[in-house]
Design a protein around this ligand. Structure first.
Ligand code: GLN
Length: 500
């Protein structure tokens, strides 16, 4: 294994600074790996030549001691639902197959301005609706850990996850509306951070559910995740839902200086649910014990509305989807048929051919929920339960009785390791999401930050992951605890690359 791949972003930047490593060599290594693992189908658009060119320019800047920013010469990838000027942004859908945006999404712009080398755009479930990266017009993405056996990568940001896990880049952007970054992070053995809603601009991210969408980060280490977050977070006048407050850069202590003493960690009993694999449960208990041994105060808590959350998420998701998808009619955006005899037929054919069955299903359900006769019964009621779910979190994070408060919540990320494609696709998209998103989507409804942390390998040799959730804007504390756990578990990520 080339040892460059085992360095983290900060170490690489240090090496660039002292000229002991050249960005061209790092980019070349990532390009080589991305060709070696090409069959896993994780890139939709590749930028091999531009990446080599960018690395050359980065190399010249470092030679002159004038880097563009904190990520100069670091290879990254971006999910194909972020607009990148001049490149197709397909959302893995026939509807947007030929859409080429004329502007950059804000998070991509910021990575670009910091000098990152852009490797390409990654595969996803159509319009990010799914949990497997299996429903794409470009075909499914495969998991890098046991690709020959056909395990899924997770989704919807599965392409970004495999790009990072295979060593084809050091970090990738995904989007997380109900778990789409944490789920593939779990299945591919990565750190997956869903920041607080509004901390990172959504400008240029093709919307799925505006009230829950968050640009999110996939990396191999917590420190790398911090480097990316520090680059992309902060106010943006192009996104009215983005926080106005200045973002303060996060600096984590050295791991030896991090202590879990007196940190209160909540274990919600509702996450001990049907279908939770024994290996995941054991891992959860083990890490709770390790935290306790490290001085943390681990306490049982209850988030009583968790069980309603899948239903509420489904209603809200489909309602917002039906409204967001209305713009794709073949006039302003989207697939355009050449043969039609009336305006109605023109729209109908475009939407019939442009969308897959998952989308059509969600649009129909969403329209039903939003009918004036149903609005109160479904949509409004779902909003009320969403508030109750949010209140559950507030009551454990911000209780008036401060002695009852916890700082963080520890849960599984997914109920098992990565399923086989053949098992996963036996179920409908809706059933898949009900199982896959059980532990992840409540954080989106509450707008709180959450992070997936790889812990160990299952008996089948696939990654197992746990999730930490924290109060809104608690990223520093969340990432600090994640770094402490990362150090305790020493996940065998690089062993996997050596074995390949
Ligand atoms: N699986 C969920 C869905 O399909 C979450 C998707 C996401 O986070 N983008 O809606």
């Amino acid at each position: 294994m080339n040892k460059l791949i085992s360095l983290n972003i900060n170490q690489l930047v240090q090496c660039y600074k002292t000229k002991s490593v050249d960005p061209k060599d790092v980019t070349k290594l990532c390009l080589d790996l991305s060709h070696r693992y090409k069959h896993l189908n994780y890139f939709i658009s590749r930028c091999d030549e531009q990446a080599a060119e960018q690395a050359q320019q980065s190399s010249e800047r470092w030679q002159k001691g004038k880097p563009m920013g904190e990520l100069d010469g670091i290879p990254i990838a971006v999910k194909d639902n972020f607009c990148v000027k001049g490149l197709p942004t397909t959302c893995a859908s026939r509807m947007l197959e030929n859409f080429v945006p004329s502007y950059n999404a804000t998070p991509f712009n910021r990575l670009n301005d910091a000098g990152a080398v852009f490797m390409g755009k990654t595969n996803l479930d159509e319009f990010s609706m799914g949990s497997g990266a299996v429903d794409s017009i470009f075909g499914p993405t495969k998991n890098v850990w046991r690709s020959d056996d056909g395990h899924i990568a997770g989704g919807s940001s599965g392409g970004s996850a495999v790009a990072v896990a295979s060593g084809s880049c050091f970090a990738a952007l995904g989007s997380d509306t109900g778990g789409s970054v944490r789920n593939p992070a779990s299945y591919c053995g990565l750190i997956g951070l869903k920041p607080t809603y509004g901390l990172v601009s959504r400008h240029g991210l093709i919307p799925l559910v505006n009230s829950m969408d968050v640009p999110a980060i996939l990396t191999r280490t917590v420190d790398d995740c911090v480097a990316i977050l520090n680059t992309i977070a902060g106010p943006d006048s192009n996104d009215a839902t983005c926080m106005r407050k200045r973002y303060s850069q996060i600096e984590l202590s050295d791991v030896d200086d991090i202590s879990m003493k007196n940190i209160r960690i909540g274990i919600p009993k509702e996450y001990h649910c049907n279908g939770l694999a024994k290996e995941v449960l054991d891992t959860w208990i083990k890490i709770a014990d390790i935290l306790e041994d490290g001085g943390a105060n681990v306490v049982d808590i209850s988030l009583p509305n968790t069980e309603s959350s899948i239903f509420v998420y489904t209603i809200l998701n489909q309602s917002e989807v039906s409204s967001n998808m209305a713009r794709y009619d073949g006039i302003e955006y989207g697939y355009r048929t050449k043969e039609w005899s009336s305006t109605e037929q023109f729209f109908a054919i475009n939407r019939q051919i442009g969308f897959n069955s998952v989308l059509k299903n969600r649009i129909l359900c969403g329209n039903y929920f939003l009918l004036s006769k149903n609005f109160e019964k479904y949509y409004l009621k779902a909003l009320k339960v969403r508030r109750a779910i949010r209140n559950d979190f507030d009551s454990v994070f911000h209780n008036k009785d401060k002695t009852q408060n916890v700082d963080l919540i520890l849960t599984p990320t997914t109920l098992s390791d990565a399923p086989l494609y053949s098992d996963f696709t036996k179920n409908s998209n809706r059933d898949q999401c009900a199982v896959q998103d059980y532990c992840t989507q409540a954080a989106n409804m509450a707008g709180i930050p959450a992070i997936a942390i790889p812990i160990r390998l299952s008996d089948r040799g696939l990654p197992l992951s746990l999730q930490l959730m924290g109060p809104r804007n608690s990223e520093k504390q969340l990432l600090t605890a994640a770094k402490w756990i990362e150090n305790q578990v020493n996940f065998p990520f690089f062993q996997f690359l050596e074995g390949n």
